[in-house]
Unconditional design. Structure first.
Length: 185
């Protein structure tokens, strides 16, 4: 287990570990990429915004028992983004829910890291996390993220407006469907 009961998850190529305050500088570099935050912000995040983001994420570990984690490349030890489970507080109409999500720096996209990280987070969520259903959210324009969700077994639940008025597709994966897919892999 990681900090405050949040697990460290290891895959073939990745480590998902709880964020710590010392991650701020490395995270700020990634958050400064406009493409990292294109969905939903359409703009990069400043260092000060990243500080607030990191503080909130670490507080969610305490408040929610889930929270996104630093995503690092096992080979280099470099942070390449973040991924994991979190409560989607920004979309209250679907609560209570736990979401699996991911964001990768530009050079790390298109290499299967999102699928690998998502699979590890789902495994934890449905086993040790004791969840019965996990959701995942994306803007339909972000087709790559939608394809990752489909690869992981998610199906469409509903569409709604996000906090900035953008359309958000809410996908879901119940535990029984995850278990059936897992047996057939």
């Amino acid at each position: 287990m990681g900090r405050r009961g949040i697990p460290t998850l290891t895959t073939e190529r990745l480590v998902l570990r709880p964020f710590v305050a010392a991650d701020l500088d490395e995270l700020a570099v990634i958050h400064a990429e406009e493409s990292f935050w294109w969905y939903p912000r359409r703009a990069a995040m400043s260092a000060e915004e990243t500080r607030g983001f990191l503080t909130t994420v670490m507080q969610r570990y305490e408040d929610d028992g889930f929270g996104i984690e630093a995503l690092t490349d096992r080979a280099s030890g470099r942070m390449i983004g973040w991924a994991g489970l979190a409560v989607p507080h920004f979309l209250p109409e679907i609560l209570p829910a736990v979401e699996v999500g991911w964001r990768l720096s530009g050079p790390s996209r298109g290499k299967g890291f999102a699928t690998e990280a998502g699979r590890a987070a789902l495994e934890y969520g449905f086993t040790d996390g004791g969840l019965d259903c996990i959701v995942s959210l994306y803007e339909p324009e972000n087709a790559a993220s939608g394809r990752v969700m489909e690869r992981l077994g998610f199906t469409h639940r509903l569409s709604t407006d996000g906090p900035r008025g953008e359309e958000v597709a809410v996908m879901e994966l119940p535990r029984d469907r995850w278990e059936a897919r897992r047996v057939h892999r």
